[in-house]
Ligand binder design. Structure first.
Ligand SMILES: [Zn+2]
Length: 568
């Protein structure tokens, strides 16, 4: 096991603690916008399923602000996707770094033309391609794109990343001397302890009341008595800078017990594949239920993230004596503005409180595979699935819903994180061959639903998910519905720049969407959530046209809609 962890550490932790912030070139990268830099999010901020991997730079709540190359280099990659970055440009620089600009609306004319030609040639709006160094060289400050709100963006902004070109490691841009004044130290909103005799998924956080005295946070009771001989701590905290009133994630935290460093993290860099360990680095339940980010000052057994210091200690605090123990927590930002929390802890057996574990729960171990079977389901988790021992409740309930063709399989719930995809096999009710072709597997996790086609193995359907919740088989025999937005069959487009349709499915989601004109020529529609938008260009000249839209859902039900319109 030790060897296993060591290998992972080598794989994941490229240079975290040796990569001293001073080694990065200072001022090499300029602000990619021509307005004073204000952030909406910093590097390492908590998100569900990932740390924020760059800076979100504010664009005055507007789109189409000019975006400039942060330094000399060449456009090395272009990505167009419905979610994630939306429209994105990667620029590779001669000094070993690559910058990324996301949620863009459009690129500078030469690159935009290259992209659109390729999209029409491939008949695909989605793109992800690399470019050689000689094709689109750029100089520092050159106009490269218009900012926007494309992809998984909730409002206009520029997402900006700096990566190590060789390793692909995402680096903290604020360690490169970005033009941002910051004299404000991190702020503490809450301090909590966890009873570590139990799994993190059994206990609830116990809040410690804190006050700020002479610039130092301390507990309202000088010596806090806790009812467990082994505990861990969690902090709710945020950072600020002088450019705006926005609040951000905290760069660095260190925990000292009796003046000995027990635990530390520094958000210098992440590799994308490890970013999901954010779910192990905070109180996940508090995050998804209350939107409160309590960050652990301890390492759960299944957390293999590299940003944590390679100390022998996992940050759990042993209080198994009569002594009072001195606790100091130091928080700091990239500019070394520092906040201290200082207090004392003592174990008091009389305060001990026991937690009960549901009698029907399966106890899933960390770092080993777990297989669970019920009458109509078989679920297998691999050894990286869980961050801590987990009492998992799995049971079945019947449903009268007419489209449901299996029991509902309850696999824990949305408040428990799972790291790797797990496999689920669900047994279907008796179905004809035709019906079987229209069955999908649905996972409901909290308010979100994921629908997958799955693979039949006899009367069992196999699929996989990366969230816990309720799984069932549904029969979907209804195709998607296409609705024109602000126009109708027979409309004339005069000054409108775009043509938009909404396309949704009742059970699953849209698996494919194609639009063609009367001569069969393909028309490119950009995608964002349920909306598909064509921007008028040379591919639709003035005159009368017939537009044919074909949309298919995950189950394979297709709809073909035809509309007539005139373009003036
Ligand atoms: Zn972002």
């Amino acid at each position: 096991m030790k060897k296993f962890i060591l290998t992972l550490t080598l794989l994941f932790s490229i240079t975290c603690f040796t990569n001293a912030q001073n080694n990065y070139p200072q001022g090499y990268f300029r602000n990619p916008l021509n307005i004073p830099m204000q952030l909406a999010a910093n590097f390492g901020e908590l998100r569900t399923d990932h740390f924020h991997m760059g800076l979100d730079i504010r664009t005055q709540a507007r789109e189409n602000l000019p975006v400039h190359a942060a330094a000399d280099g060449y456009v090395s990659r272009v990505k167009i996707e419905k979610y994630g970055y939306g429209h994105a440009i990667y620029i590779t620089h001669p000094n070993g770094y690559t910058t990324l600009y996301g949620h863009l609306n459009s690129f500078y004319p030469a690159l935009e033309k290259y992209l659109r030609d390729k999209q029409y040639k491939d008949q695909s709006w989605e793109q992800d391609f690399e470019l050689p160094a000689n094709l689109f060289p750029v100089t520092k400050g050159q106009f490269i794109a218009n900012s926007g709100n494309t992809g998984g963006s909730q409002g206009p902004h520029l997402h900006f990343e700096i990566r190590d070109t060789k390793t692909g490691n995402n680096l903290n841009p604020l360690l490169f001397g970005m033009p941002l004044t910051d004299h404000i130290a991190p702020i503490v909103y809450g301090l909590y302890w966890y009873d570590r005799r139990y799994s993190a998924y059994t206990v609830s956080p116990q809040s410690l009341s804190i006050i700020k005295k002479n610039g130092i946070y301390t507990t309202t009771t000088p010596v806090v008595r806790v009812g467990s001989p082994i505990i861990s701590l969690g902090v709710r905290m945020q950072d600020m800078n002088n450019a705006s009133s926005f609040k951000f994630g905290v760069y660095h935290a260190a925990l000292y017990v009796d003046d000995v460093l027990q635990f530390e993290f520094k958000l210098n860099d992440f590799l994308y594949p490890t970013s999901r360990y954010v779910n192990a680095s905070m109180d996940y339940k508090r995050w998804v239920v209350n939107k409160q980010g309590i960050q652990y000052l301890s390492l759960l057994p299944g957390n293999k993230l590299s940003v944590f210091s390679p100390l022998d200690s996992d940050g759990n605090i042993s209080l198994n004596d009569d002594q009072t123990h001195k606790i100091k927590i130091v928080l700091s930002d990239e500019k070394k503005n520092t906040t201290t929390i200082s207090f004392s802890l003592k174990y008091d057996e009389a305060l001990q409180k026991d937690y009960s574990i549901p009698a029907d729960a399966f106890i899933c171990d960390t770092n080993s595979a777990n297989n669970i079977k019920t009458d109509n389901a078989s679920i297998s988790f691999d050894s990286n699935a869980f961050y801590d021992a987990l009492p998992l409740r799995v049971f079945e309930t019947a449903s009268a819903y007419s489209k449901q063709v299996s029991p509902t399989i309850h696999i824990g719930d949305y408040t428990i994180p799972v790291h790797n995809d797990y496999n689920v096999m669900v047994k279907a009710a008796a179905l004809t061959g035709n019906q079987k072709n229209k069955v999908v597997m649905e996972l409901k996790s909290g308010s979100s639903a994921t629908v997958k086609k799955g693979v039949w193995q006899g009367s069992w359907m196999l699929s996989s998910f990366n969230e816990l919740g309720n799984v069932r088989l549904l029969i979907d025999e209804v195709p998607p519905v296409v609705t024109p937005i602000s126009w109708k069959d027979g409309s004339t487009f005069i000054s409108q720049k775009t043509l938009t349709v909404k396309c949704v499915d009742d059970v699953s989601r849209i698996a494919s969407f194609t639009a063609t004109l009367e001569d069969g020529s393909w028309l490119m529609f950009a995608k964002k959530s349920d909306y598909f938008t064509y921007t008028f260009d040379e591919h639709c000249p003035a005159g009368k046209h017939t537009l044919t839209i074909t949309a298919m859902d995950v189950a394979g039900n297709a709809i073909v809609e035809t509309y007539n319109f005139t373009k003036q």
